[in-house]
Design a protein around this ligand. Structure first.
Ligand code: GLU
Length: 298
């Protein structure tokens, strides 16, 4: 069956370094959510930013090593710029974009002013005249001219979430499509109807769902899953010790041992029990997903 009719989930890593156990756990969850609902599972490398040489190949090898598989070829955002340009052109033709000349510092200062809610871009450049724009010495970023300030999404884990939408950036000053734009265009073009990712991205979802509606793309369902934390309660990071498959291998633990650790953290396996992704699929019920962050003690 064509994936457009039965839907697809995805994992979308940024190749900025090796995946750590928290990233692998999110990937496993995305795989479980997709496979348990008969969806395809697509792999998209988000390489418009922060690329480290060799990271993509190692990330994909690590995902395979813990037994995850995906459908079709790996898609890379760097090869899809025509799609992003086209979406930006459509928004611009509909008068839904504007050029922004603010520096990072100006935005920070303006966003901390009393009238700007929670770091939202306050619209400084929204109504510049052509003459004012022509007088600017620096190249502009391109922002969305949002017609709402809030938008709701449905999340399979967290329920309905209502969050802020501001005039977010669509194309950065350096000409690179911004994350929010690329994600929405790709999810739409790839037939993704289920977005499973870490809950650090929850507040991006109202912006993305709103942008999808402007581009007349269907809104996916979301499942934002709890992150992995270190023993100090901070988001797990590479510096926290033995957190990658390579680190674990150095301690004598193979990829399937790590899969077992992840399964245990999801209450899908007993301590030390050998498991495969298919075992976990047979046991998986999204209702029993632990709702609190996973603390990984190294
Ligand atoms: N590339 C993003 C990241 O690695 C994830 C984007 C998404 O899942 O929407 O954090």
């Amino acid at each position: 069956m064509d994936f457009r009719t039965r839907g697809a989930g995805r994992f979308a890593p940024s190749p900025s370094g090796d995946l750590h156990l928290g990233n692998l756990r999110t990937a496993l969850l995305a795989w479980l959510f997709a496979r348990s609902t008969g969806r395809q599972f697509l792999m998209r490398v988000e390489d418009l930013d922060r690329v480290r040489a060799g990271a993509e190949a190692r990330q994909l090898a690590d995902l395979s090593a813990i037994g995850l598989d995906w459908d079709g070829p790996v898609v890379r955002q760097s090869e899809r710029t025509a799609l992003y340009d086209d979406a930006i052109a459509r928004l611009t033709a509909a008068s839904l974009t504007y050029e922004c000349f603010c520096t990072r510092r100006e935005i920070l200062e303006a966003a901390s002013a009393p009238h700007a809610p929670d770091g939202a871009y306050p619209g400084t450049c929204r109504n510049l005249t052509a003459a004012e724009r022509a007088g600017k010495a620096r190249p502009p970023a391109l922002r969305l001219r949002a017609e709402v300030t809030e938008f709701s999404i449905d999340d399979d884990v967290l329920g309905r979430f209502h969050g802020q939408v501001d005039d977010f950036v669509l194309r950065r000053v350096d000409g690179v499509p911004a994350y929010n734009l690329a994600v929405v265009v790709d999810d739409g073009a790839q037939g993704i109807d289920q977005v499973v990712r870490g809950d650090d991205l929850l507040t991006s979802s109202p912006r993305q769902a709103y942008l999808a509606s402007l581009l007349e793309l269907p809104t996916p369902t979301y499942a934002h899953v709890p992150l992995a934390l270190n023993s100090q309660g901070k988001r797990l990071a590479k510096r926290d010790g033995a957190v990658t498959l390579e680190d674990q291998a150095a301690m004598g633990l193979g990829p399937l041992d790590v899969l077992g650790i992840l399964a245990r953290s999801l209450e899908l396996a007993r301590e030390g029990e050998p498991v495969t992704p298919d075992d976990l699929l047979a046991r998986w019920d999204p209702i029993s997903l632990p709702r609190t962050p996973w603390v990984f003690e190294t």
